[in-house]
Design a protein around this ligand. Structure first.
Ligand code: PMP
Length: 327
């Protein structure tokens, strides 16, 4: 999609308010080290205090802070594959061992396997991802509860795609529970370029995360942008609703084709051509100017492709290209 046509699908941002406040920033001064206004605004958005909010340069940095604070030499994190690859990658970068548990063949959590991993490895952090990237599947509340009951350390639920899903763990965060929920401005807020993410966490965990963070890590422009973006909740929710509707249409159309499809609570759908090689289908879609994500050679995801839900027109182009390729 050309930059010009992309611009037409979004309400213009930055807003006038953003540009006005930008002009008032004193660029010779350091930013607010504690990002008080930003964290307070995020807290109000979720009905918690600023002491329950830690923000970082993208949610990847929040995940890194969690691993720095709670992981490290002699400790481990648990992940259940397939899941977001950066959980184990960031853990390893911070010197934390990674213990991998398997899911059921349908990619749902295997609670016996979860219990085994938690008992054998006693991980400092147990990562869940809901909706899970790349499967798109939402963790049932019972699965999160079972993990919470068995985990000896922190349970981190990565909800980067949380607003696309019918269910969230964010309301379960409390100061007497070892639960952290990670969110980002990169997806539903359409602000990937700003690099801003956060977690809602018990106040004691936020204090630990602050200890491993470099001073002044959030610049003034980012703090301002994040704070103002939250005033656009209605626009964000309208974008999410339109996308969820398109996701339903896309999933229904895929179900008519010779592909396996996984139920998605995210802004993408994982599918596997039943009669054709995944990589070959990927190439033939590309030959028709349709780019999907190729997971066909990833362990546990053999033959799988992941399509991002686009505009109605983009989805139509994808569907007719796929029908042609599979014919
Ligand atoms: N978590 C998940 C599950 C993701 O898919 C992504 C981005 N692909 C991130 C976290 C990181 O997002 P960001 O650093 O842009 O906030």
């Amino acid at each position: 999609m050309s930059p010009a046509s992309r611009a037409t699908t979004h309400r213009r941002w930055p807003s006038t308010a953003f540009l006005e406040e930008l002009a008032a920033i004193l660029f010779n001064r350091y930013p607010d080290r504690d990002a008080v206004a930003l964290r307070r605004t995020i807290g109000e958005f979720h009905g918690v205090g600023l002491e329950n909010v830690f923000a970082g340069n993208g949610s990847n940095e929040v995940l890194q802070a969690l691993c720095l604070a709670y992981g490290g030499a002699g400790r481990s994190v648990a992940v259940f594959e397939p899941t977001y690859a950066l959980h184990s990658h960031i853990a390893r970068i911070t010197g934390t061992a990674v213990v991998t548990g398997e899911r059921h063949a349908d990619f749902t959590l295997d609670l016996d396997e979860v219990a085994r991993v938690l008992r054998d490895a006693s991980p400092a952090i147990t990562f869940l991802c809901s909706p899970n990237n790349p499967t798109g599947m939402v963790e049932p509340a019972e699965s999160v509860a079972a993990v919470m009951a068995g985990a000896p350390g922190l349970v981190v639920v990565d909800e980067a795609y949380g607003q696309f899903a019918p269910r969230s763990a964010i309301d379960e965060v409390a100061d007497d529970r070892s639960l952290v929920v990670v969110r980002t401005f990169s997806k539903t807020w359409s602000m990937a370029a700003a690099r801003l993410g956060y977690c809602v966490a018990p106040a004691w965990a936020v204090r630990e995360l602050e200890k491993v963070t470099l001073p002044y890590h959030l610049d003034s422009v980012k703090q301002l942008g994040g704070r103002l973006a939250l005033q656009y909740r209605a626009e964000m929710e309208a974008r999410v609703a339109a996308l969820v509707e398109e996701r339903g249409r896309l999933a229904a159309a895929l179900a008519e084709l010779a592909v396996d499809v996984w139920p998605s609570g995210a802004n993408f759908i994982l599918f596997r051509p039943r009669t054709r090689d995944g990589a070959d289908v990927w190439q033939q879609l590309l030959d028709r100017s349709v780019l999907v994500r190729d997971f066909s050679t990833w362990p546990r995801l053999e033959g799988c492709l992941r399509v991002t839900v686009g505009t109605p027109h983009e989805n139509d182009v994808f569907l007719s290209a796929l029908r042609e390729v599979l014919a």
